[in-house]
Design a protein around this ligand. Structure first.
Ligand code: LFR
Length: 488
């Protein structure tokens, strides 16, 4: 039996998963779970790297204390980075992407480079928190700090560095900085120059599926090899899309919904630019996708209800939603106001009002409004994907935690008029573990990885129903959508 550890850091919790591979089946078991919520420091939302690192070590020691641990891989959300100095000290912890300070960077960048030039060079969608804007904002705020820093490391690269002492940039996550060139596949030096950012900050880019080095702090238990997995959690989740062939559609459903497909080469056409698509680096491909605001909307509502003394469980929320009136309170879930609103309830009510609807009041109405609007936005993105690739798709894979939301899965099937195949729910951890098996030479490629995955996990299928009423709602949704500002 071969033992690996997949560390997956999500928006609210991180987990250390134990992968057990017997040569024909892979099993994943959760060994340690901990909070990844950002902390407030000096008025900013900051990622508490030391606490994360300690939690990861705890989980790894727990597994390695019982089994010989061959390897470990870390994936996390994208774009956030820390800066280290000459002697490897963390001089700037990662600011969280939901911190408002980055927006200064957007304005500054736009004075120096057009969105179009940036997109043609990097193939990455505009999101106001991309690392490029975070770094410009930081440089504005504290130039000496940026100039005396030695390296910029994205969160998984930073944690890998703490484990091994080796500093690299893993490819899939590096592309989310919006600073990697689609032409050279290296750092976009011309963009860096135009923006006055020091190119020396950017470490060598390494491919997923390669070995980084031994975890030096775990010498007494092995030590396991640290592997460059697809360290962007969405890239790992896409590795774990259990598709049988090409082409395929996926929704990586969690705090964000990442809606897209994979393509052999980036698509940087006028339409891709206009629709604000991303070509994020994948494993042997590019992930042509768009961010949809995702279950963050529900998570925030749930949190607000809990803090106002009316805690409600997800099953109860979904039951109430089912009883509410259909299509009564639609809105665009990707309006920038939803990134970090002081009150999600009020933000949704405002958005519905702006679209000429009656603001939802009841919990069930709110939840229904969120889920229907998400499903409708998925359809908009899927239609754009079809137009960009010219492909026909006959199903959509929903992976990640949101794949367990049966109501959203059914409504996604109904709205898209396509069967939904839901699962695995721990897709990022599966993709992470599978890439370790590739790096260790246990399996030879992604096809084998997918076959192994399909024989190891159970999927749930949802057939489209009630499509006529969704068609009608979609027509209304689209009409409204293209008259309002959105993230896109
Ligand atoms: C999902 C994700 C998205 C990225 C967002 C912010 O967890 O990684 O792909 O756009 O978080 O980093």
């Amino acid at each position: 039996m071969l033992h690996v550890a997949a560390v997956d850091l999500g928006a609210s919790s991180g987990r250390v998963m134990h992968g057990l591979f017997d040569g024909s089946r892979l099993e994943l078991e959760e060994r340690h779970r901990f909070s990844t919520c950002p902390v407030k420091r000096d008025g900013h939302l900051v990622v508490d790297v030391d606490t994360l690192y300690r939690a990861i070590e705890t989980g790894l020691r727990y597994i390695a204390g019982v089994h010989p641990l061959a390897s470990v891989g870390i994936d996390s959300w994208a774009v956030d980075f820390g800066l280290i100095d000459e002697v490897g000290r963390l001089v700037q912890p990662p600011r969280h992407y939901r911190d408002g300070a980055h927006e200064v960077g957007v304005r500054r960048a736009m004075q120096r480079i057009s969105l179009e030039d940036l997109f043609r060079e990097t193939g990455i969608q505009f999101l106001p928190f991309n690392s490029i804007y975070q770094l410009i904002a930081l440089q504005q705020e504290n130039e000496p700090l940026v100039l005396r820093s030695r390296l910029l490391l994205l969160l998984p690269d930073l944690l890998n560095f703490m484990l091994t002492g080796v500093a690299h940039a893993e490819w899939t996550n590096a592309t989310t900085t919006q600073l990697v060139s689609v032409r050279t596949k290296g750092w976009a030096t011309e963009v860096l120059e135009r923006l006055g950012l020091p190119a020396s900050l950017f470490p060598e880019i390494r491919s997923p599926g390669t070995l980084l080095g031994p975890a030096r702090h775990l010498v007494e238990v092995g030590p396991p090899q640290v592997v460059h997995v697809a360290s962007h959690d969405t890239a790992s989740a896409v590795v774990a899309v259990p598709a049988m062939g090409q082409p395929y559609l996926y929704i990586s459903s969690g705090t964000w919904s990442l809606v897209g497909t994979v393509v052999p080469e980036p698509i940087t056409s006028d339409d891709a630019l206009r629709w604000n698509f991303s070509n994020e680096g994948g494993v042997g491909n590019y992930r042509l996708l768009k961010n949809v605001m995702g279950l963050w909307l529900l998570q925030e509502l749930e949190r607000e209800w809990a803090t106002s003394g009316e805690p409600v469980s997800l099953p109860q929320m979904l039951q109430e939603a089912q009883r509410a009136q259909p299509f009564a309170h639609l809105f665009d879930p990707d309006h920038p106001r939803f990134l970090r609103p002081p009150s999600m309830t009020e933000a949704i009510q405002q958005a519905v009002k702006e679209w000429g609807g009656h603001p939802p009041e009841e919990r069930g109405e709110m939840v229904r409004a969120v889920l229907e609007s998400l499903a409708l936005k998925y359809r908009v993105v899927v239609e754009e994907v079809k137009a960009l690739t010219g492909f026909h798709y006959d199903a959509v894979h929903v992976v990640g935690g949101g794949s367990q939301n049966a109501l959203l899965s059914q409504w996604t099937a109904d709205c898209l008029g396509l069967p939904v195949l839901a699962g695995p729910s721990e897709a990022s951890a599966w993709g992470n573990a599978l890439m370790q098996l590739v790096a260790l030479g246990e399996i030879s490629n992604l096809e084998e990885a997918r076959a192994l995955l399909r024989s190891s996990v159970a999927l749930r299928a949802y057939e489209p129903a009630n499509t006529a009423s969704w068609e009608d709602a979609y027509a209304r949704f689209r009409e409204r959508l293209f008259h309002r500002p959105t993230l896109a």
